[in-house]
Design a protein around this ligand. Structure first.
Ligand code: FMN
Ligand code: SF4
Length: 486
């Protein structure tokens, strides 16, 4: 598919034409104000934010094997602090148990003493980054920690996947080598739940304002939401499938009174995709069969969202006192083109099956849908990075119209953490810092290397892992060429 990169649209009208071809309801502002609405404050759901930017959680696959942060981990948190974003949503996924890590270099909760020290050091790195930018730092930042168990996508050692699943999945089981033996029992889920509570207490002791109970991207609490075929307390209807998430909210509230609780939710999804013979992504499911194994997916047309259950779930969460939700879509494991729209796929991915702007639009439309049903809910939107030069004008439009409260930035925070400050202060974005969605930050960890912005961040350009990444990419290209010639 021929893709016109956002940087190639010569002016706002040219971009608007393409944007409205995707959906006539989409738009952008012609000029970006400084400080403007993106630099404006917001009091909502117990949080006091001095601007409308959030750093999204992003792991680096760079913690020590004992779960403590390395210099690289601390550098990333320092840079998140330097961004000047008023909200730091989670920092990165912190596994509540060693065996629930998605990679052997993920931070994890070993015991309370170690977690408290680790979390204090991460928060201190962030605050040091904030101090470095002096007057441009928000007077107060709201900082959360994302808690996770990787479930099906657990890979705690270098010997490959070690999945623990919520239900048997007709496509994804084969991708991780799972069978009925890997199903988590109700008792095991309850023990995992206890670890969430312990980790949340540590986060509070270390000074975090809130915890994010991660229910997205295919990890355990997200997978449970689609466990229709699971018998017992944690499966079946939406009440059962959301029970663990809801129990955790009440459990944390009781064990750590005063600690904020928020949820990052994959609010809609699509069918899993796979790489076709010509390299492009295609649905991995027969076109004439219903697909009942997703959350927020239309079973009859699994390329489209289905909103009934996501809206019911958000309403249940709101009734439990959840006032902020971070909306994301799908999973980087089965639909990376939607979860993190990119021009260039990671080495284990596929060529985009659609203009990545369609993926960005689906994130923006999701936030609008949720906003229209829950006007009081605090909403952080996702999927912004691919917009590149048009990010500020589209973001200003969406926030000005009240479609989302806070613009959550992922990959752009790796290549160019000063982005929020530059937008707020009306400074031009340096072209060489803007993330062009090369996907190296995903390719590297998929091949056992640390993650980072290898093409644009000087620190990683000269890192020993850069040479290894180059050779991994060369062999991936070779394998892809051979596949296409067969
Ligand atoms: C290297 C990398 C690590 C990530 N780690 C996490 C994570 O720990 N938790 C999470 O919820 N999302 C994670 N994400 C997803 C991002 O938070 C974000 O949803 C995604 O990059 C899309 O936003 P963007 O278009 O601004 O990059 C990660 C993404 C990348 C590229
Ligand atoms: S490696 Fe850098 S440029 Fe590439 S997608 Fe990641 S952040 Fe963007």
């Amino acid at each position: 598919m021929k893709i016109k990169s956002p940087q190639r649209f010569k002016d706002a009208d040219a971009f608007r034409n393409r944007w409205q071809e995707i959906d006539p309801q989409l738009d952008l502002d012609d000029t970006v104000d400084s400080p403007g609405i993106l630099g404006s404050s917001l009091e909502k759901g117990g949080w006091s934010l001095s601007n409308r930017f959030a750093v999204q959680p992003m792991e680096g696959w760079d913690a020590h094997r004992d779960g403590t942060p390395s210099e690289e981990t601390l550098r990333r948190w320092h840079r998140f602090g330097e961004s000047g974003a008023a909200l730091v949503w989670g920092g990165e996924a912190f596994a509540v148990a060693e065996e629930g890590r998605a990679n052997p270099h993920q931070l994890f909760h070993r015991d309370s003493a170690q977690s408290c020290r680790t979390l204090e050091s991460l928060r201190e790195a962030l605050l040091a980054g904030k101090r470095m930018i002096g007057d441009e730092a928000p007077s107060r930042s709201v900082v959360g920690l994302q808690l996770t168990h990787s479930g099906r996508w657990s890979r705690p050692t270098t010997s490959g996947p070690s999945p623990r699943t919520a239900f048997e999945h007709p496509i994804l089981d084969a991708r991780v080598g799972a069978s009925a033996d890997q199903l988590l029992s109700d008792e095991e889920l309850e023990l995992i739940g206890e670890r969430y509570i312990e980790a949340a207490i540590c986060a509070q002791m270390a000074g975090f304002d809130f915890i994010d109970i991660k229910a997205c991207h295919g990890y355990l609490l997200h997978e449970l939401l689609s466990a229709r075929t699971r018998p017992g307390r944690y499966g079946g209807d939406l009440e059962g499938r959301s029970r663990m998430l809801r129990d955790l909210i009440s459990g944390v509230r009781e064990a750590a009174p005063g600690l904020g609780i928020a949820v990052r939710l994959s609010v809609t999804d699509v069918i899993p995709f796979r790489r076709s013979d010509d390299g492009e992504g295609v649905p991995d499911w027969p076109a004439d069969e219903n697909y009942d194994h997703g959350f927020g997916v239309d079973p009859a047309n699994p390329l489209k969202p289905h909103w009934d259950e996501p809206l019911q779930l958000i309403s249940m969460l709101q009734q439990q006192g959840i006032e902020w939700i971070n909306l994301t879509i799908g999973s980087p494991y089965w639909c990376p083109h939607r979860q993190r729209p990119a021009q260039y796929p990671p080495s284990d991915g596929y060529e985009p099956p659609e203009d990545p702007l369609v993926g960005v639009a689906s994130h923006i439309q999701a936030a609008r849908t949720v906003r229209s049903h829950f006007p009081q809910l605090g909403i952080v939107g996702t999927g912004w990075t691919y917009l590149q030069e048009w990010l500020p004008a589209v973001a200003q439009h969406e926030v000005r119209k009240g479609f989302q409260d806070v613009v959550g930035l992922g990959r752009s925070m790796l290549s160019y953490p000063e982005l929020p400050r530059d937008i707020i202060h009306g400074r031009t974005m340096p072209k060489k810092r803007v993330c062009r969605t090369f996907s190296d930050c995903t390719t590297a960890p998929r091949n056992g290397l640390i993650s980072g912005c290898f093409p644009l961040d000087e620190h990683y350009k000269s890192h020993p892992a850069a040479a290894e990444l180059k050779s991994v990419k060369a062999s991936a290209r070779q394998i892809a060429r051979e596949g296409e010639n067969h």
